[in-house]
Structure formats: C-alpha cells, structure tokens
Write a protein that binds this ligand. Structure first.
Ligand code: A2P
Length: 270
C-alpha cells in the first residue's frame, strides 16, 4: 500500500476558481464502485441534490467531472460516490486516492435535483440507477425534504446485489440520524432491485412502475400528477425511458426557474 499522499501526484498548482481539499476516507464497495470523503471548505454552501466539478492536482490543466454531493448539506465533510470507468481520464486516477491526498473542487455547485425545482406535492419519488443514487443520499438526509413531502420513495436499480450496498447504507444512516432519523423512519421508503443477479426484487425500475409491481409492493397508489413528484438520476437510457414513463402518467418536467412535477439530472451523461 502507498503511504498517504503518495498515490496521486500533487505537484501542480491549484487552478484558479478551485478549492484543494484533503481526502479523509475512502471505501471501495465493489470493483466498479467506491465512495470517498474529504474536508469541506468553510465557505462552501450547497443545496441537497446539487453537484460540483471534481478533479485531481495531477496536471497543469486537470480533467474535471460532475459529482453530486452525497453527504447532507449540514455535514462538516463532503462525500462522493463514484464509478471506476476503465481508462476513464479522471476515475482511473481518482479510484487510487487515499486519505491525505488532495482533490480539486470547483467553487460553484449547481444542478436540477433540488426541492425548489418541484411544485409542492404529497409524495417524492427518487429514481436512481447505479451511482445516480448519490444526490438522493444527500436529499434523504435533508429535513426540508420531509417537511415538503409526506412520503419519500427511493427507488434504486443496479445490475448486481453488491452495487446496492451504498443505497442501503445511506438509508440506514438517514433512519438513525439524530436530525432526520424520526422523519426518515416514518416517511422514507426504499426499494432496491437488481437486473442481472437473483435478489428479493428483480427487474428494471421503469418496468416495475409501469406494471404496478413496485407500487403494489410498497402499498402505494398509481402515480398521480396532482400529488406525486419525482427526480431522476442515472444512465442516459434510463433518464430517457423514465422521463417518458412519467410523462405518460401526466407529469411534466420542471427546472430551477420553472418548478413542475419532475426533474432530471443530465450532468453525468453524454
Ligand atoms: P439492465 O441490466 O437491464 O441493463 P448500468 O450499470 O448499465 O448503468 O445499469 C444500471 C441499472 O440500470 C441496471 O440494472 C440496468 O438494467 C438499468 N437500466 C439500464 N438502462 C435502463 C433503462 N433504459 N430503463 C430502466 N433501467 C435501465
């Protein structure tokens, strides 16, 4: 194992407009997925569900990619959940970080998966595949989410069982949390499913909603544009199909300046 700080080169200057933060913890969930925590600049504020551009201090002009804050906005540190893309210009290096290493973060958070982009409603559906669960890991630990919605339903779909572990962990943390634990225990529902490995819930989320199977299992009525709201985060194909599914049920897409019934995060694809 490398000594702390030795795994990623940090000889280059910090680019203008960036924070340089210190990694405090790294956890590998599978050979494709890992999470890391780092220090949080005292001036950095964000709304739960937003993302920021992350890079490494390993080049004169480093590569940056969009990462959702997975930690709640009240946390002293920042947490991110990442895929390891084979030969990915950022993640092939990022997956090697260790406590003590430096991670660059651009100063301005942004994103569409925020409570403000939705009209008031009764239920909030959070649709995620893979690492798309990251922004929702933040939102399910934000008291405002539970003040705005009576029920919050986290739907997480992955290929394999081990890939669901991070979602299970953040739901558990939300339910045990001193700040939101009581609300999360009463109001948060979690449905985790796999498509390529046997598990208690099998199948694509879109199919399970379309057929009514998931709603039936959770004891929820069919989606109703009057009271149901949704956020979508995942692969490009998933975003497209999930958007079509919700539009077919009468929900319309909103944005920060035009709140409506559902929002989609497109920052991680393409
Ligand atoms: P599947 O195994 O049937 O492709 P990925 O790792 O490719 O991003 O996929 C993560 C999860 O999202 C997998 O369970 C995958 O199912 C599912 N998925 C991929 N595309 C779609 C889609 N268009 N609609 C619904 N689920 C999808």
């Amino acid at each position: 194992m490398n000594a702390p700080g030795a795994s990623v080169e940090t000889a280059f200057p910090v680019p203008a407009g960036c924070f340089a933060e210190t990694v405090t913890e790294v956890k590998h969930y599978t050979d494709r997925l890992f999470a890391f925590r780092m220090t949080r600049p005292s001036s950095f504020r964000f709304r739960s569900g937003e993302f920021v551009m992350i890079g490494l201090r390993n080049a004169e002009r480093p590569v940056f990619r969009a990462y959702s804050m997975a930690s709640p906005s009240w946390d002293d540190e920042l947490e991110f959940f990442s895929i390891k893309v084979p030969d990915g210009p950022l993640t092939e290096h990022l997956q090697k970080i260790q406590p003590g290493d430096t991670v660059l973060m651009k100063k301005k958070p942004t994103g569409t998966l925020v409570n403000d982009a939705l009209l008031p409603g009764k239920r909030l559906y959070l649709f995620a595949t893979g690492t798309g669960v990251a922004p929702f890991a933040s939102l399910i630990r934000d008291p405002e989410t539970y003040e705005k919605f009576e029920q919050v339903i986290l739907l997480h779909g992955c290929r394999l069982k081990d890939e669901l572990a991070y979602g299970h962990k953040v739901v558990e943390l939300a339910r045990e949390d001193p700040l939101v634990g009581a609300q999360a225990s009463a109001q948060l529902l979690h449905h985790a499913s796999t498509t390529r490995e046997e598990s208690p819930n099998m199948g694509r989320l879109t199919d399970g909603i379309q057929s009514g199977k998931i709603l039936e299992a959770l004891n929820l009525p069919p989606l109703d544009p009057e009271v149901d709201r949704a956020m979508i985060c995942g692969s490009m194909e998933f975003l497209k199909d999930c958007k079509a599914l919700l539009e077919g049920m009468g929900l319309t897409e909103g944005a920060n300046n035009r709140p409506a019934e559902f929002v989609v995060e497109r920052a991680f694809v393409g």
